[in-house]
Design a protein around this ligand. Sequence first.
Ligand SMILES: NC(=O)c1ccc[n+]([C@@H]2O[C@H](COP(=O)([O-])OP(=O)(O)OC[C@H]3O[C@@H](n4cnc5c(N)ncnc54)[C@H](O)[C@@H]3O)[C@@H](O)[C@H]2O)c1
Length: 268
Amino acid sequence: MKIGIIGCGAVGQKLSKNIQKFLSDEIEIYAICDVDQTRANEVARSLEKSPKVYQDYKQLIKDVDFVIEVATGDVVPDILYHVTKMGKKLMVLSVGGLLKVPDISKLIQESDSNLYVPSGAIAGLDGFAALKHADIRQVTLTTRKPPKGLKGAPFLQKKSINLDLIQEETCVFEGTAFEAVEAFPKNANVAATISLAGIGPDKTKVCILTDPKWTCNSHEIEVISDAGRMVMFTENHPDPDNPKTSYIVTLSALALLEKFFEGIKIGV
Ligand SMILES: NC(=O)c1ccc[n+]([C@@H]2O[C@H](COP(=O)([O-])OP(=O)(O)OC[C@H]3O[C@@H](n4cnc5c(N)ncnc54)[C@H](O)[C@@H]3O)[C@@H](O)[C@H]2O)c1
């Protein structure tokens, strides 16, 4: 399978290395692309088998079977548009960007494309899948991050919240997943993922807490349904090779790719 990766940052770099390490018989990283050409060239050179470097992701989409987006939510609707037009497969990591697409299911159904969203920084999406035919009444996500993980979010600026002044556990945001994606575009991928898996971005409740004493990110998801109550808790360590991203994120994307080639499927 010929893969093209859009975005050569923390996640893109680690994922491409992992694909070449663990899936080299099944997958060829045919092309990569980044708005930062120097970075893209450096990443291509650093890989064992150097892929082609494209300037334009539309051309990359044309030339591969499977596209992996690891860039930014802003470009996700456009990438999805081109991927569905050309009938390619797409994995999206900047999941918040998918909430800007009005009816994704219809778009995918009417195309020859498939869309894949890895679990990313959380666990427990198998539970959501199992509850597809039960009535999910409430989904609440509580994200805990040290202040440095929230820096630069538009919502903090809008509300004049100075993270440097926070000294104890503080709730900086409460709202729906849809609002969380607008308010914290770089921190709300988990909110977007669970809202797509569950009851949608307008009904999924999100709370973002911060405390300077915390050293890692955690996510707690509570689901209340006819089938019972589920609580999933994930505490993530940074990737040892690149502390900008959580270790589990690239592993989760890799696991999703590995599923294509595995004969045994465990979990929903
Ligand atoms: N689903 C999850 O759980 C999860 C977890 C971590 C990160 N993410 C998301 O994955 C994405 C990548 O994360 P990262 O840590 O690697 O970010 P990063 O900032 O390190 O890298 C992003 C790269 O994409 C490039 N880029 C931006 N716009 C582009 C465009 N139009 N075309 C091509 N390249 C472009 C940037 O130049 C940069 O090199 C982010 O959107 C992030 O929010 C999702």
